[in-house]
Design a protein. Structure first.
Length: 208
């Protein structure tokens, strides 16, 4: 039987995900003003220790997911779905950036991220920023996040559960989630890769 605390936690995460997803869809449909633009400049660090910015994602489409390694359900389920879809894409997956950004850098050290992502597709990269960098990146991508205290002094994080899609130029291209049909997610990612510069559906050579 699932503990009541876990059920409440998953419910809270789902509620936060709906709020965040609604904001993303609102921007995608053009109902929001320019201030609601998703994405932009950021600076953080890859789990390998290499500094990264938004420029490191340009040249390939991106599937960007924010979460944390101690997430009880939403994060591992979403990352497993991405792992399955990347596997079904075959070599095309090599032309996609798949990125997991921690919202809990206090506990998610680079080592913890490497250990955690070792259970999923090796093409999924982990980003670990400072508190300020993480907050700025979440704000730029309109990700809702809230620290929730638990018994015994522990805490969890409620957060947007949508996977944010960017085209090869770093522009917002929609969202998918673990609740979507895997065939639909596969079609979305293959469509992004096919439309990227330097691929069958593109028109110019990709950048570095």
């Amino acid at each position: 039987m699932i503990p009541r605390r876990v059920l409440l936690l998953v419910g809270g995460i789902a509620a936060a995900a709906m709020v965040g997803l609604a904001a993303l869809v609102l921007t995608q449909t053009g109902s929001a003003g320019p201030s609601r633009r998703i994405g932009g400049a950021f600076a953080t660090t890859e789990m390998t220790g290499r500094p990264v910015t938004e420029a490191d994602l340009v040249g390939r489409p991106t599937a960007l997911f924010f979460g944390f390694t101690r997430c009880p359900a939403t994060c591992p389920v979403t990352l497993q779905v991405l792992t399955t879809v990347l596997g079904r894409m075959g070599p095309d997956a090599d032309r996609l950036n798949a990125v997991f950004v921690t919202l809990d850098p206090a506990r998610d050290t680079p080592e913890a991220m490497r250990d955690y992502l070792g259970s999923f597709d090796p093409r999924i990269r982990g980003f670990v920023g400072t508190d300020a960098q993480t907050a700025a990146m979440a704000k730029a991508f309109k990700v809702q996040v809230r620290r929730v205290p638990l018994e015994g002094g522990d805490y969890t994080m409620d957060h947007t559960a949508a996977v944010i899609l960017l085209d090869a130029r770093g522009r917002f291209a929609g969202t998918v989630s673990a609740d979507d049909d895997e065939k639909a997610i596969l079609a979305r990612l293959e469509g992004l890769v096919g439309a990227a510069p330097g691929t069958a559906g593109g028109s110019t050579a990709a950048g570095g």
